[in-house]
Each structure stands twice: as structure tokens, then as C-alpha cells.
Design a protein around this ligand. Structure first.
Ligand SMILES: OC[C@H]1O[C@H](O[C@H]2O[C@H](CO)[C@@H](O)[C@H](O)[C@H]2O)[C@H](O)[C@@H](O)[C@@H]1O
Length: 659
């Protein structure tokens, strides 16, 4: 919605702005801007615009602009537009192509030179405009329809324009001093993998008709009610530090925006806030976001997991392409097909399989939704376990003979993978991958056994769907028990992979005695933390939250605070200088995890108290364990749980095999 007074546009870059405030109200779900602008001829224009993207009506957005020229009569024009910025020409086009020679940044969405959206139906009917398209490459379809409502006692007329890439509803108002003008624009979007554009236009019309019947105020009221309920079950209250409190709520709000209406799709790394990573989903969803969803709104976690279930056919094809059994989920994707351009920092991150099974296990454990597991979740656990069984291999090992692990003769290894450290690609026996694969194998075996023993009909259906063979589950358990977990006796740490310590020599001679990693006086992970923390670049915003949790766990409160605040403010303070590409959703999820992790000693040092409703209000779902009760529970794969929430590290006792 563009505003002109005396045919001059308001351009905030050089306008004489006397008052300005932009507010995101996280209780009402409305973004509001208030501006007082003085035109070169001295006319004082007060404007307030509001934007709401409905949580409840997935296809609806409302924009409202109120304008009043306070001290004079003036011609005021408000031009409401729908623009195809991707393909539209001239002044309406989107941002220019990246300048030649600029370094390629895989986090930014690339701009496509050819036409992307082929126009389909477009029309104007009174103050209602419609544009629709078919995506040239994929055949997907999209439609947008907008309604416009004007309220004013001033005289006005309306001009409209409709073309394939633009629709305009232009309100020309003879504004009298002090007489307000309010324009409300209701917009509906629908998209599909292939439904004809005309059908989508009809869906948009229905969404708008319903909003018109109920009234715009109802849309605003419902948004508020929806958020009241969200905060009731999700808020974390921090006493004594308003800055931390506000930023925490901002993170939780981002998580809601990214996940609440993802419905059958995944949760993109940037949510819906920017074009960074082209809308792709990664392990961010399962490891960083699902803990929050599982414990606050299990339905959203379920939806995200179902999105993975729907990707199983593509994941099976991908595994077959790579000559492996089972399924391999894509490292980055939208529709289930692998979208990584670079194998080493993409597909080679096989750990995505285990990340998904891990999140599935946590979800079922916390919610008790075992019916989902039997209906379709088990297929994910089974197919991912199968991949590890063929990707990995058995090898003789003296170490294991001594420790008595496995069958006493051999260890199970996984070679040629990339772990979460994407700077050290395609390695052998990556610690994170092996630990997570071990979980995946055990969990799949446990699920199969439980269904086999207690639900014979479901078991028969599962065998039918997956071709599960007798003895398969037992073979996974054997591989899990013999999983090779890299460990350096001399340093007392877990090397990141089998050759990691050969990359750099530890300068023991110049390391003060109390800082030697061998000194394992405190926490079993302290030596690991001491070793890895200085080596961690923190280039990824996924790092700081994990470092914060671990620092607190091993006793470094200052570091815990530093890393926590880095995560909390990564976007609000634009600490990575790329907030314009979109919000770091995984970091926002990690902030919640850091706050609720049991006995987070740093959090405990905050002035007053941290209140996590879930922890204090009793079971999320009657009969299921609370966050606190998870503390001394046993893990899904039968071993002991060391922390209350499913964070990457503390929930997995990585040294378990060496005890
Ligand atoms: O920055 C370039 C790299 O971006 C991806 O990795 C990082 O972002 C992902 C999405 O948030 C996250 O899942 C991953 O852990 C981060 O390291 C991508 O996977 C890389 O291929 C790419 O080089």
C-alpha cells in the first residue's frame, strides 16, 4: 500500500519524519507502524499501518492503513497493489541480480533469470483483484486474491488496473484537514503442487468471503485469542531481566511463526521470514525445533514428523541410488528430493536419518502417541536403521576385545560421512554420526520388538509395508552394541572422527596442568568441552546454543552466559550480519532448550527465577512424563537418560561404551 500526498510519495529514506515507531506486538500478532510526516509544503500527515498474517486462517493476511492530514486539505492517494516481483518488469521488479564477481553464498536464495511464474487467470471484480500462476519449472500453482475496503467521510474515487503481473486499486481522496481515511486490504493466498489455478482462485475467494462475513475485527480478535493460548502453554518467564525476557519471547514467537501453520510441510531454516536457504528444511527442524514443539504443542511436532513420513518414498529412492538399503532422507529439501548442490556438505550428512528417528522417539515418548508410531512412524525408524546397517561395516578391533563390547571380536564402523562440522567433510567414524546411528539402530529394534510382542495385527501390517525380515531387528542391535565410538585414552576426549587428532598436535607442554584435558575431575564431558570449545569457529548459529548448554553443564557459567546471549540476540542484534536473509529458527529453538534444560546452572543465576509452565504445571499430556520427570528416566533405546530434554549432547552419554 503506497501513500502519496500532493502526489508526493512518502519515502522514509528522505521524508521529514517527525515521529516514527514500529512495534511487533507478540500478544496480538500485529505488526504496527506509526509515522508522522511533514510534507515539503508543511502538511502534517499522521499514518498508522497494521499487518497481520493470521495464525488461525492459514490463507489470510490483513493490512490496514489509516491516514489523516492534520493541518490542511490535501489530495491523498493510496495505491494498493499486488505485484509479481519475481517476474514483473521495471519499477515493480524485485531486487537486482547479485553483482558479478560477488562471492557465492549458499545461504542466499539465488535469483532466477528466466520467467518463473507463468500467468494464468487474472481479473478485477469491483474492489476485488485476482492473480494466479503456474510455476514454469515445477508445475506448481499459486493464486492471490485481495479485497479492499475504504472507510472515510472524505470524497474519493477509485481507479483499478489489472495485468498478468500487477493489480492496482487506487483510491484518490480529497482529504479534508483532520478527516481520517482507513483502507483495509484482505489478502488470501493458496498454493498447490498442481491443482489448476482457477480452483486456487476459488479457494482464495472463499477465504475472503468468510473473513468478510465474520468481519475484520473478528480476525484481529481471533489472532489475539490464538496467541493467548500459545503463550499460556509455551511462555518462559524470566524475572529481573527485561531484555532477556523480551528476546526470549521474540524467539518463541519466531518458532510459532515458523511451525504453527507449516501443516504438512517442514519447518524451513529461516521459517517464512526470508529467502535465505531458499525455504529448505534441514536437521534444524528435528534437533533444534522439535523439542520445543513436542513439549508445548505436540500437534505441530506431529505435523512436522508426518512431513518426513511423506518423504519416505523419495528417501527410499535416494538410498537405492546410493546403493544402500532402507531410506536416506535429504540433507536439504522442500519436497523430499535432495536439494544439496555439494555432496560433501550435503548428502554426506547421513546423520539426518538418525536426527529424524531421534525426534520421532522423543515425540512418542513425551506424548504417548504410540498409535502414530504403529501407523506410520515405525516405518521411518526401520528404514533409517536399515541404511546404517548397509552403510556401516564390521571390522576386527583389539580395543573392543579388551573392553568386552559387542561380540568381543569386532566393532561396527561408519565411513565416508560428514558430521555437524561441515568444515571437516567426508570423514570416518564421525562421533556424532556414530552415536546418533547407534540410537537409531537401537530405537528401531525396540519399536519392532514392542509392536511384534503387543500388536500382532499392526506388526503384520508393518511387515507388509516394509518387508521386515526375521532377525533384522536383532542385527541392528548387534551393530549398535558394537558401534565404534572414537575415544582418546591419552587426551581423555572423544575425537570428532577417527583421524581428527592427526590434524593437529595438542601442545601439552604449554598447557597448564589444571587445563589439561586429561584432568577429568569434574563432568565427564568437561575434557571434551575444554578441547573443542577453542576449536569451534561458531560460524554456524547452531553452535552457540549447544556451547551454552554444555558450558553450563560442565561448570563454566560465564561462557554459558556469553553463548546464551549470542544465541538469544543473534537476529535482534544481527550478530551474524545476515538477519536480512531471514531469522535463524534453529537458534531460536535452541534458546528454549537452553532455558528449560534441567539444572542449567547459568540460567539458575538469573536474578529471580525462570518459569517454564510445562515444568511446573504437571504433565503435558495426562499420564506422560514432564520435562522434570525425564531427568532420571531411561532413554527410548533402553539406556539411562542423563538430562531432562532431548538436546543433542547431554541426552546421549557419549562415553557409555567405555565405562
Ligand atoms: O553456510 C553454508 C552451509 O549452509 C548449510 O549449513 C548450515 O546451515 C544449515 C541450515 O541452518 C544447518 O543445518 C547446518 O548445520 C549449518 O552448518 C549447508 O548445509 C551447507 O551445505 C552449506 O555449506
Amino acid at each position: 500500500m503506497r501513500l502519496y500526498v500532493d502526489d508526493e510519495p512518502i519515502s522514509l529514506d528522505d521524508a521529514d519524519v517527525r515521529e516514527y515507531a514500529r512495534t511487533l506486538d507478540m500478544r496480538t500478532g500485529v505488526l504496527e507502524r506509526r509515522v508522522v510526516w511533514e510534507t515539503p509544503s508543511g502538511k502534517r500527515v499522521r499514518m498508522r499501518d497494521q499487518r497481520l498474517v493470521s495464525f488461525e486462517e492459514r490463507h489470510l493476511a490483513v493490512l490496514r492503513l489509516e491516514v489523516v492530514v492534520e493541518n490542511a486539505n490535501a489530495p491523498v492517494t493510496i495505491s494498493c497493489q499486488l505485484l509479481n516481483r519475481q517476474d514483473g518488469a521495471g519499477v515493480y521488479a524485485g531486487s537486482p541480480m547479485t553483482t558479478k564477481g560477488a562471492a557465492f553464498d549458499p545461504r542466499k536464495a539465488e535469483r532466477i533469470a528466466d520467467r518463473v511464474l507463468e500467468p494464468a487467470e487474472h481479473w478485477q471484480d469491483g474492489l476485488r483483484s485476482a492473480l494466479s500462476y503456474r510455476v514454469a519449472a515445477s508445475g506448481m500453482t499459486v493464486a492471490v486474491v485481495a479485497d479492499h475496503i475504504i472507510e472515510t467521510e472524505n470524497d474519493y474515487n477509485v481507479r483499478t488496473l489489472i495485468e498478468p503481473d500487477i493489480a492496482k486499486n487506487v483510491f484518490r481522496v480529497q482529504a479534508k484537514a483532520g478527516v481520517p481515511i482507513t483502507i483495509t486490504k484482505l489478502v488470501s493466498y493458496h498454493s498447490s503442487r498442481g491443482v489448476p489455478p482457477r480452483e486456487l482462485v476459488d479457494r482464495c475467494r472463499r477465504s475472503l468471503d468468510r473473513a468478510a462475513d465474520e468481519g475484520v475485527e473478528t480476525v484481529f480478535r481471533r489472532q489475539r485469542e490464538w496467541l493467548d493460548a500459545f503463550w499460556e502453554r509455551s511462555d518462559v518467564q524470566i524475572g529481573g531481566r527485561d531484555d532477556l525476557q523480551q528476546a526470549t519471547r521474540w524467539c518463541l514467537f519466531q518458532l510459532a511463526q515458523a511451525s504453527a501453520r507449516a501443516d504438512g510441510a517442514g519447518v524451513p531454516a529461516k521459517g517464512l521470514t526470508g529467502s535465505g536457504y531458499s525455504g529448505h528444511y534441514f536437521w534444524d527442524t528435528e534437533i533444534y525445533v522439535l523439542p520445543f514443539l513436542t513439549y508445548t504443542t505436540p500437534r505441530w511436532a506431529y505435523n512436522a514428523l508426518r512431513a518426513r513420513v511423506k518423504m519416505l518414498p523419495a528417501a527410499r529412492r535416494r538410498a537405492a541410488q546410493l546403493n544402500e538399503a532402507g531410506a536416506l532422507f535429504p540433507w536439504r529439501t522442500i519436497n523430499g528430493e535432495e536439494a544439496s548442490a555439494y555432496y560433501a556438505a550435503g548428502t554426506a550428512q547421513y546423520h539426518i536419518n538418525a536426527d529424524i528417528s531421534f525426534a520421532l522417539g522423543k515425540y512418542v515418548r513425551a506424548t504417548g502417541d504410540e498409535a502414530f508410531l504403529r501407523r506410520e512412524g515405525a516405518d521411518v525408524a526401520i528404514e533409517t536403521a536399515r541404511l546404517w546397517a548397509t552403510l556401516g561395516f564390521w571390522r576386527g578391533s583389539r580395543l573392543v576385545e579388551q573392553s568386552g563390547a559387542g561380540d568381543g571380536l569386532q566393532t561396527f564402523h561408519i565411513h565416508g560421512v560428514t558430521g555437524p562440522d561441515e568444515y571437516t567433510t567426508v570423514v570416518n567414524d564421525n562421533l556424532y554420526t556414530n552415536v546418533m546411528a547407534r540410537y537409531n539402530l537401537r530405537y528401531a529394534a525396540k519399536v519392532v520388538r514392542e509392536i511384534r510382542d503387543s500388536y500382532p495385527e499392526d506388526y503384520a501390517a508393518l511387515v507388509e509395508r516394509t518387508g521386515l525380515g526375521s532377525g533384522e531387528a536383532e542385527s541392528w542391535e548387534r551393530a549398535a552394541e558394537a558401534m565404534y565410538i572414537p575415544y582418546s585414552e591419552s587426551l581423555g576426549i572423544h575425537p570428532q572422527d577417527s583421524l581428527f587428532l592427526e590434524r593437529e598436535v595438542w601442545d601439552l607442554a604449554n598447557t597448564p596442568a589444571d587445563q589439561r584435558p586429561l584432568v577429568l575431575h569434574f563432568h565427564p564431558l568437561k575434557a571434551d568441552f575444554d578441547y573443542y570449545d577453542p576449536l569451534t569457529t561458531g560460524d554456524s548459529t547452531l553452535s552457540a546454543v549447544v556451547q551454552s548448554i554444555l558450558a553450563a553443564e560442565v561448570g563454566y557459567q560465564d561462557l554459558a552466559q556469553k553463548y546464551f546471549e549470542q544465541s538469544l540476540f543473534v537476529d535482534l542484534h544481527d550478530l551474524h550480519h545476515n538477519a536480512a536473509d531471514g531469522v535463524h529458527v534453529a537458534s531460536a529453538g535452541g534458546v528454549w532448550t537452553a532455558l528449560v534444560v534441567r539444572d542449567n546452572a547459568y540460567i539458575a543465576t538469573l536474578e529471580d527465577e525462570v518459569i517454564v509452565p510445562l515444568a511446573n504445571q504437571g504433565p503435558v499430556i495426562p499420564g506422560r512424563p514432564t520435562l522434570q520427570e525425564f531427568a532420571d528416566a531411561r532413554r527410548d533405546d533402553g539406556t539411562r537418560l542423563s538430562a531432562s530434554v532431548p538436546v543433542i549432547t547431554s541426552a546421549i552419554p557419549v562415553i557409555e561404551n567405555l565405562d
